[in-house]
Ligand binder design. Structure first.
Ligand SMILES: [Zn+2]
Length: 313
């Protein structure tokens, strides 16, 4: 039995999942979500939290997601708008020294997409595009169980495909999908619309829309229009066999995903819309993807072996 650790390191929350590899598949042993430490010493704090979770069940290896652009070869974070304290650092190497286990960093979207493709909604399909709607927005094109990373490891940043109009995004461009529908932006938009002090979350906006708040409904309408445009862009560019939508915002399908799919269907002209499905692994997709990366780091494996992985528990 091998213990494997997956760390999904997000801008606001970090999910840690410890799994055992058994003949029947990967079994979840323990899991915890905590607020991401946000400072220069964040990785030391993270190591302490992880040690508290795994106790004596020392992992053979760990995987860690990075929300941003990662240079795979050097394992260095090139740029991360949501965790800027990691810029220029190799977080998995720093953490490996503190945890005493080998580790590998993986792009957050790539990790979640790989897990969804192999263990979740994409099981049995060989060409899917996975879109994760969270604080940031990540995308990944998964072909035969492998994410297409691009020449510089920077592919899939669908949250920062800009339409050239609209608001300034955290990346410096105008009109990015993330500036329209990113988790923190929805709350900020709603606060602006109704002249309220900042601090609302995406959840607050959906709850308000459900209760009939006109400003919240307007904010969500603009957001789902932007998402619909992005879906059509994905279809036009790569013509995937399926699109899987996950992330925190996807858990309110009636207000986010369903209207976006309806608008995309309505606006489609030459596009051949594939099945658009909800992700199955929920908030744990990234952590499962990190476990898969840990598995590869521990023993070396390939996509054809990964294709046989089942999740138990
Ligand atoms: Zn942007």
């Amino acid at each position: 039995m091998t213990a494997l650790l997956g760390i999904d390191y997000g801008g606001t929350h970090t999910k840690v999942l410890l799994a055992h590899e058994r003949p029947s598949g990967l079994e979840r042993v323990s899991a915890e979500i905590f607020r991401t430490p946000r400072s220069e010493t964040a990785l030391s704090e993270l190591a302490g939290l992880v040690r508290g979770l795994v106790r004596s069940d020392r992992p053979s290896a760990f995987g860690m997601t990075v929300a941003g652009i990662l240079d795979d070869a050097s394992q260095t974070v090139v740029t991360s708008t949501n965790t800027p304290w990691l810029n220029g650092r190799a977080p998995a190497r720093e953490l490996a020294a503190q945890l005493g286990a080998p580790g590998v960093a993986v792009h957050d979207g790539a990790a979640a997409a790989t897990a969804e493709a192999i263990m979740g909604a994409g099981r049995g399909r060989d060409d899917i595009f996975v879109l994760a709607l969270g604080t940031g927005i990540a995308g990944a094109h998964v072909i035969n169980g492998s994410v297409r990373r691009g020449a510089h490891g920077a592919a899939g940043e669908i949250g920062h495909v800009a339409f050239g109009t609209g608001r300034r995004c955290s990346c410096g461009q105008y009109g990015c999908l993330e500036s329209e529908i990113g988790g923190t932006r929805l709350g900020a938009r709603w606060d602006e619309e109704r002249g309220a002090p900042p601090g609302s979350t995406a959840r607050d906006v959906v709850d308000a829309a459900r209760a009939g708040d006109a400003a919240a409904v307007r904010v969500l309408d603009a957001a789902t229009s932007a998402l619909a445009q992005s879906l059509l862009g994905v279809v036009a560019l790569i013509d995937p066999g399926a699109i899987v939508i996950g992330g925190g915002l996807a858990r309110s399908p009636k207000w986010i995903v369903e209207p976006a799919v309806a608008k995309a269907t309505e606006r489609a002209t030459f596009h051949r819309l594939p099945p658009i499905m909800a992700a199955e692994l929920g908030v744990w997709a990234g952590a499962w993807g990190a476990v898969l990366a840990a598995r590869a780091a521990a023993g070396g494996t390939n996509a054809s072996v990964l294709g046989q992985i089942r999740r138990v528990g």
